[in-house]
Design a protein around this ligand. Structure first.
Ligand SMILES: C[S@@+](CC[C@H](N)C(=O)[O-])C[C@H]1O[C@@H](n2cnc3c(N)ncnc32)[C@H](O)[C@@H]1O
Length: 297
């Protein structure tokens, strides 16, 4: 596998709000390429434990290799690592209630997933229309694009992509079927709904986001995590969540508001924490990141 460059988003802020205590028990719900986990591992010490979830087997392998480099660096100070190659919605059936000092989730896709054309996440390269994070099972984007009826397709592009031209795009997709590659789909969308003056994003961005969210049930996963997190954390335990678009952030914001009102959480971030100018320049992905954190009461 190609060696991946990965820059974790809002790393200092995530570590600050997670408040990593040596000897503590932490979950990284979205291990990815272990950017955040490497930094957490270095602070945990030999008595600590880090439980890492990722439902993408390729990411899990890349992350294990990265964490071995950390082990080589810090030796006997390495905490215990537990790998859970599955969805974070399963956390509540695997983790003892009230046992966690902190849980971090950095939602969405990783640079590994976006950069590898064969995963089918990117409209910028020619790949199969897959988009599954967990490549072991489940419906692919190709199945959704070629089998869903036009109205359903339009609704999902509107709901999960917040795309105003969803009806026009869905009609063009249905006419162009079968569509089997990412580049082909991107061409169909661009022809149906070309860039307009002032558009900053590629015409296919929102439709690709919608398909990805649907294929991976991304919002359902976040809802389940938000429900189970309070019971997994110890009193004083921290929940730190990084979102990348308004649909994700809205779920987090609403759940925190409710849990704050019910005195389950103290919300630590009145407004979402965003990247500074320097980070935005270094790492374009950080431009849309929003971090929210809470402390279990
Ligand atoms: C943005 S990346 C995380 C990057 C990571 N924080 C780092 O610094 O390297 C998100 C990762 O979470 C995984 N993921 C997304 N949703 C998931 C879910 N519901 N359950 C388990 N893993 C998930 C993806 O496969 C991807 O590898």
């Amino acid at each position: 596998m190609r060696k991946m460059q990965h820059v974790p988003v809002l790393l200092d802020e995530a570590l600050k709000y997670l408040n990593v205590q040596p000897g503590g028990v932490y979950v990284d719900a979205t291990l990815g390429l272990a950017g955040h986990s490497s930094a957490i591992a270095k602070r945990l010490g030999a008595k600590g434990r880090l439980i890492c979830f990722d439902r993408d087997p390729e990411a899990m392998e890349a992350a294990k290799a990265r964490l071995e480099e950390v082990r080589a660096e810090i030796g006997s100070e390495m905490p215990e690592l537990v790998f859970e190659p599955r969805a974070f919605s399963e956390a509540s059936s695997l983790i003892e209630p009230g046992s966690l000092d902190g849980l971090l989730a950095d939602f969405g896709v990783s640079s590994l997933q976006l950069d590898e054309a064969h995963r089918g996440f990117s409209f910028r390269s020619e790949g199969p229309l897959d988009m599954r994070m967990d490549t072991r099972s489940g419906e692919t984007a190709e199945q959704v694009v070629n089998q869903e009826d036009e109205n359903e397709l339009a609704d999902l592009i509107y709901e999960f992509g917040e795309e105003r031209r969803s009806r026009r795009i869905a009609r063009a997709i249905v006419r162009a079927r079968p569509i089997t590659t990412t580049a082909e789909l991107a061409r169909v969308i661009s022809a149906a709904a070309p860039s307009m003056k002032g558009d900053k994003i590629h015409p296919a961005t929102r439709t690709f986001q919608a398909l990805r969210i649907r294929v991976n049930d991304e919002l359902g996963e976040i809802r389940t995590l938000l429900k189970s997190a309070p019971s997994l954390l110890k009193p004083g335990g921290r929940l730190v969540l990084i979102s990348f678009h308004s649909l994700e952030d809205r779920l987090v914001k609403d759940a925190f508001r409710e849990a704050g009102r019910d005195k389950i959480f103290e919300v630590l971030t009145k407004k979402p924490v965003v990247a500074g100018e320097q980070e935005e320049m270094r790492n374009p992905r950080s431009r849309s990141a929003k971090l929210r954190a809470a402390r279990k009461i």
